[in-house]
Design a protein around this ligand. Structure first.
Ligand code: SF4
Ligand code: SF4
Length: 177
């Protein structure tokens, strides 16, 4: 096993400040996670896999469906006696999975939504619903899903056709870089 100084524990700690070794496996995060039953690895198991500090276990975490199912609801963080920021950790793991091109294949639609959402923030500085839907549909080629809802939402003014741009978009782009 690699030493803590060079394995995924150190990498994750340096990028997020989360120290996997502080977790003492009480399981409170998993017990309070609403998506636990659908995850291949509940949050406490993600922590345990990271604690092994092995490439193999880190790879399993990066390839997992769990990191994409996590809704960043903060429930685990609220319950954790060690205040381990699992939502932040999950966010980092998602970015790593994409960067290393090992993202879970069954999570394609979630990943398409994730990318479309981030694109909306990157280019307008806030959520632009029409752009988000267009980006999602282009990535999934699922043009018919929820088609009947769009006209009603447009008529009720819930879907502005043009994006509202925030000030300081240059800063936003810098943040993404
Ligand atoms: S932030 Fe993610 S892992 Fe934590 S409780 Fe919510 S869905 Fe579960
Ligand atoms: S609640 Fe905190 S200490 Fe307990 S298993 Fe989850 S991360 Fe570890």
């Amino acid at each position: 096993m690699p030493s803590e100084k060079q394995g995924c524990i150190a990498e994750v700690k340096s990028a997020t400040g989360v120290n996997a070794n502080r977790c003492y496996q009480c399981g409170k995060c998993s017990a309070g996670c609403a998506l636990n039953e659908n995850m291949d690895y509940p949050p406490s198991v993600v922590m345990r896999l990271l604690q092994t500090n092995s490439e193999e276990c880190y790879g399993s975490v990066l390839r997992s469906q769990a990191i994409w199912l996590c809704a960043s609801c903060q429930s685990c963080l609220t319950r954790c006696p060690m205040q381990i920021d699992i939502p932040l950790l999950m966010d980092y793991l998602r970015a790593q999975a994409l960067e290393k091109k090992v993202a879970n294949k069954k999570s394609k639609k979630i990943i398409a939504f994730h990318r479309a959402f981030l694109d909306s923030l990157r280019y307008t500085g806030r959520l632009y619903e029409v752009g988000l839907v267009a980006g999602y549909k282009l990535r999934t080629l699922d043009f018919l899903q929820d088609l009947s809802v769009a006209p009603r939402m447009l008529l009720k003014g819930k879907l502005p056709l043009l994006p509202e741009m925030v000030k300081g978009r240059k800063l936003m782009k810098k943040l993404f870089r």
